[in-house]
Design a protein around this ligand. Sequence first.
Ligand code: GLU
Length: 436
Amino acid sequence: MTITTRFAPSPTGHLHVGNVRTALHNWLWAKRFGGRFLLRIDDTDLERSKEEYVTGIRADLAWLGIVPDGEERQSARFALYEAQFEALKAAGRVYACYETPEELDLRRKVLLGRGLPPVYERKDADAPVPEGRTPHWRFKLDHDALIQWEDMVRGHQKFDPKLLSDPVIRRADGSWLYMLPSTIDDVEMGVTDVVRGEDHVTNTATQIQMFTAMGAAPPRFAHEALLTGSEGKLSKRLGSLGMDAFREHGIEPMAVIALLARLGTSDPVEPFTDPQPLIDSIDFARFGRAPARFDEAELAQVNARILHQTPYEAVAERLPAGMSEAAWEAIRPNLERLSDAGDWWTIITGNVSATIDAEDRPFLSEAVQVADGLDWSGDVWPALTDALKASTGRKGKALFLPLRRALTGLDHGPDMKALLPLIGRERAVARLRASI
Ligand code: GLU
């Protein structure tokens, strides 16, 4: 059996972190078992589905490196849904209903008012059909078949079908609701494992009976606790924005992957530069039941930690023109985002302007002489500072800070030992001279 998972977004908006997390977990799980990960575009709602969102979903997954092994679109599969619908109708598992939304709402209120569960009440098969109404359609739950499954996250799940409403599967205009097409596709596409948010748990209960009604064994399920944002819910901030916004904020795709793979699990978030360790370690038993908190600050931190370990080859084409491997290695411990590399490159190769304290000028004047006389093919920073320490008696901050300031224009930054050879003799001497 090939483990097959699917990510099934409705193309009615861009992907936010919650969707991306679902896609990622489905992908990791399939990859862990050498299985297949499918992208299923749930575009049965032709009014609300937009092609630009389909394109955006594909682009975001590609950016993240989540590559589907196949793509399907529900809008191309209506004939299949129609055939199954007819078969279920013939088997007495789908029936016509005529209530208006207002009538249903009123009835729900009455039941709740009496302290009863607001479950849809079936009509007798021979009840009169209200005049002039076109039916919508419900799936008939088997009230005698207790619904149970072992959820990979939530453990044993049990539902009494008598306490569930028969789900509406098709509207009066013939359009499909999500429930039945999804089940048909899961059977048809050989989906073995369904990983989705816990907001789908009740859907799963009724879909399990649909699988059975179609003569298929239900897949395994993992229902994950939802994500919340830093301030309680995912709204307005990065958590509710699309991957474009992440890109613009300088977030690397691996930072999104590394954080979302482990958020809400008992495994630590680690700054992986490659997804393989995440593929090897995904395990739904390690997912917690409490909502996981998405925190932008944590994402920024993971992003920085990943950059600090990223090898030159992985980023070379995104670096400022001419930036060498040695320069990358010197500056990467100071990066929060890759775009900051440009600022450091200017500090190495461009013009810097420094504010120098008057009392440091004689010292820097001495530094010009020493720097000019050094052998620049060796370890030039220790040579410079050792010589100046000996000749001026300065040490610690008084020795290092004026040099750093004069040479970079800043009080902080990458290790001078790595930086100074990159700045090179000519620029270094000129910068020191300009500071006296
Ligand atoms: N299109 C559905 C959604 O986005 C898919 C749910 C599922 O994974 O079955 O909620």
